[in-house]
Design a protein around this ligand. Structure first.
Ligand SMILES: C[S@@+](CC[C@H](N)C(=O)[O-])C[C@H]1O[C@@H](n2cnc3c(N)ncnc32)[C@H](O)[C@@H]1O
Length: 242
């Protein structure tokens, strides 16, 4: 299958959850791009049944790189990267779990695109570089050490644009809102923005630091140029109008 000619998308607006429903309903992976079969290829399918139980958390995949991704998150990341068709930005590299999935999908799709990832943790970043580069079949990754907001402001100043932005850095309200507002400027028309830990009940706890649900919604839901595109695993997907 050729990634570049597959552009038809499917919106799953009915998967939206209210604040009090977060974490109470399972939101499994379903495709956003129309492709034949349930999975794009064997590497994509792998994330549907790969080992899980990372740090004894039943829903988290356990594939030799530290990090907290559910099967649905991993499947959606692979799919969005595979069909991106333009540059990709990731906020929150940590040890490279999501980074390696995105880099694998870019490699498999044979796209000539740039993939930038940003984090402030130098130690974890050194590990991420090793983890991503230790396996063949990964596209090149540009690792950056900088605050996410600062990185995005520089990218805006340079006139950069992306087809897919994955937001998984600090999960507080201000950091999420700042990233979402900047993502709106940085996304190409038709581009996708995926928020990790959106469908997590911690977002409904006023004592908890999580503000992903509110931060993402405040930036995206009231914007006529953005559509809610669905919940998958614990992620939420929004799309900029074509
Ligand atoms: C949840 S982890 C990322 C997980 C990763 N995406 C994965 O799949 O394993 C969050 C990361 O965001 C980084 N981070 C926290 N605040 C940040 C900020 N303001 N700018 C950039 N990175 C930040 C942390 O250092 C941490 O490595």
């Amino acid at each position: 299958m050729t990634a570049s000619i597959m552009h038809e998308t499917i919106r799953h607006a009915d998967s939206f959850l209210g604040l009090s429903e977060l974490g109470k309903k399972t939101t499994p992976y379903v495709p956003t791009y129309r492709f034949p079969g349930s999975y794009i290829n064997a590497n994509h399918e792998y994330y549907s049944n790969c080992p899980s139980g990372y740090k004894d958390i039943k829903v988290c995949i356990n594939i030799d790189i530290d990090g907290y991704l559910q099967h649905g998150d991993a499947l959606k990341l692979y799919e969005l990267a595979y069909f991106a068709g333009g540059d990709i930005l990731e906020l929150g590299t940590y040890c490279g779990l999501s980074t390696s999935i995105i880099a694998q999908a870019i490699h498999d799709s044979k796209q000539q695109i740039r993939f930038e990832t940003v984090d402030i943790d130098k130690e974890a970043n050194a590990l991420a570089r090793k983890n991503v580069q230790s396996k063949p079949g990964r596209a090149p990754v540009e690792f950056n050490i900088l605050d996410a907001t600062e990185y995005m402001d520089k990218a805006i100043a340079k006139g950069k644009s992306y087809s897919f932005i994955f937001i998984d850095h600090w999960h507080g309200y201000a950091a999420t809102y700042e990233a979402a507002m900047r993502a709106k400027k940085l996304l190409k028309n038709g581009g996708f923005c995926l928020f990790h830990d959106y469908n997590d009940p911690a977002n409904a706890d006023p004592e908890h630091v999580y503000g992903v649900y509110k931060g993402a919604n405040d930036a995206m839901l009231c914007d006529p140029n953005f559509d809610f595109y669905g919940l998958f695993g614990c992620t939420a997907l929004f799309r900029k109008s074509l």
